[in-house]
Every structure is written in structure tokens, then in C-alpha cells.
Write a protein that binds this ligand. Sequence first.
Ligand code: LMR
Length: 359
Amino acid sequence: MGSRVHCFKSAFRAQTVPLVLAALALGPVQGAQDTAAPIVIRFSHVVAADTPKGKGAEYFKRLVEQRSQGRIRVEVYPNSQLYKDKEELEALQLGSVQMLAPSVSKFGPIGVKEFEAFDLPYLFDDYAAVHKVTRGPIGESMLGHLKSHGMIGLSFWDNGFKEFTANTPLRRPEDFKGLKMRVKSSKVLEAQMRALGAVPQVLAFSEVYQALQTGVVDGAENTPINIFTQKLHEVQRYLLLSRHGYDAYVVVANRKFWDSLPADLRRTLEQAVDETTRYVDGLSERDESASLEAIRASGRIRIIEMTADERNSLRKVLQPVHRQMQGRIGRDVLESIYAATGGDPKPAEPARGLPAAVR
Ligand code: LMR
């Protein structure tokens, strides 16, 4: 028995030693890949987890981790936990985070001005008009320009139409005079507030609640989703249903990181971004009205509906911002957006017989 064991051992040794040596010479064997550390994507954002962007980031994480079978891990950091507005874009360029979805209004400070076109008042009438840009060649070309800034532009996500809020009733342009209004870091938004006679004040999203609560600023503009999830309606007295502007997100990745990925994983990520875009866009439209209803139901803020006449006077004052900002955004970009959406915004017909009402 002993000698048979001995024979077996030496035969085993004789066969396996060369195999092991050959394997070592060839480098890692197939199975080693499965146990290799996963590629980590840090996805940072500034809004609450229960917003379309927050839910979208989690949805994307699930898709990617499942489909890459553990080869990619996505870590989502909501609520400015990691970085605030400007810092998060710098962190992306430096590679400290790999993916973000900042608002279109936040790219100006890093030298990408085109996205500020989205900030123009009354640029889009509805989501269909928005999607003609974000889902078409104009959007694609805008995303393409991010390459020279160290980023890969992957998609646009809807966030919704914006409303104004303040502590004094807002209806007409003169109601904005002298108010300190929070804006995102966009020159177009600054020009918009100045056109209304207000004083724009750039603040990071994470600072808005406190700034409104303590009176550092008198008012702001945002989407119903952000107003509700940040509880801004609890620190403001009036919300004007102005729907005067639109806010989109740009899904971006660090370019070096993206280019270093194996082609199959890049495809997995691209598909996951596409599916998440459909998911987020569906949520945003629904959540916009649900948030407005929830704000209304809270009873914490008075909601002011505009008459067509009031809408028209606001539009008239804001329209010149388009021409004023044309040089910054690029005339070609603007012309192409007008052409895609059906022309530049005209003031609405004055309404007859409709009383201005605070409801
Ligand atoms: C804001 O700063 O108001 C928004 O852009 C925040 C966001 O990401 O929706």
C-alpha cells in the first residue's frame, strides 16, 4: 500500500510540476479573473436618494453589477456626501470619482458653456421639445465636446421644469425687483435673474435650504422634485407656477477611466446607461407632478398660478436673455436648438378677462 502511495505521489509530482511551471509562465489562469478585485465606479451626486437621479444611480448600479457578474462594483454617494457642485466636476476630471450626473447649469465654471443653452428661459415648451434636443444630434454633438475636457458625455437625464419660489408673492417681473435669488453656477441664470431686476447669488445645492431658512437669499428657482425632496417649500412662502425654464442632467464619466475599460465592460455600461435613461425620464415626468401635489398638500407654501397675461409679461422681460447670451453659448448651437424645437420663443398672446389669482 505504502509503495503504491509513494508511486502515485511521484507520478503526480512528475506530471504536475511541469504543468504548474507552464501555468506560471503563461500568467494568470482563467479562474483568477473571477477572484480579481472588481473595477470600482464611484458615482457621486448632490440630490436626495429618492429623486429620479438618486433612484437612477441605484438602478444603474443594479444593472451593471448584475450584468458584469461582479467585475464592476458601483458605489453611489448621494446628497453631496462626497463632493458639492463644483468640487464634484473637478473630482471627476481628476479621477477621484468615475461618474456623475450634474445639472447642465454646472459646466460653465470648468469651461463648457454650451450646456448653458438649456438654462435659457422658455426655451422648451414641453418634454417632447426637450427630447428633440437631448435625444437627437444636437445633444450628441454637445456630449461629444466633453472629450476635450477629460470627460465622456454619456446621456441626458430629465429633471423637469422649474418654478420660482420666494417669501413674497411673485406674479409679475416687478415682484422680483431687488430680491436676492439663488442660482446655479450659470451665467445664463445670472442674466435671467438680472433681467427680472433680482440679484443673483450663486450657491451650491447643498447650501440652498439653509440660505433660504436664514434669509441669506430671498428666493430661488428649482424643479418641484428638488423643492419637495429638499423641503425648500418649508422655508419659502410662495411658489409661482412659472415653468419658465428646464433642468437636465448630463451623465458623465472620467475619460481616462472609460478608455481604460475592456470593450465588453464598456458596452455593458453603455447599455446600462441607455436603460437607466429611459427609467429616469419616465420617473421625472411622473415625479414632477407628484411632487407638486405633495407640496400643495403640505399646506406649507402658497401656490400661485399664473394668468396668461402674467405669463406673457414675464416672458417678455426674459426673452432678451436669449440674444444677450448668444455670444457665450454660440449662435450655431442656439439656431440649431430653435430649428429642432420649432423656433425661438415668442411671447404668448395676452389673455383676456382672466383674473390674476393666488390660489
Ligand atoms: C441645483 O443645484 O439646484 C440642482 O442642479 C441640483 C440637482 O442636481 O438637481
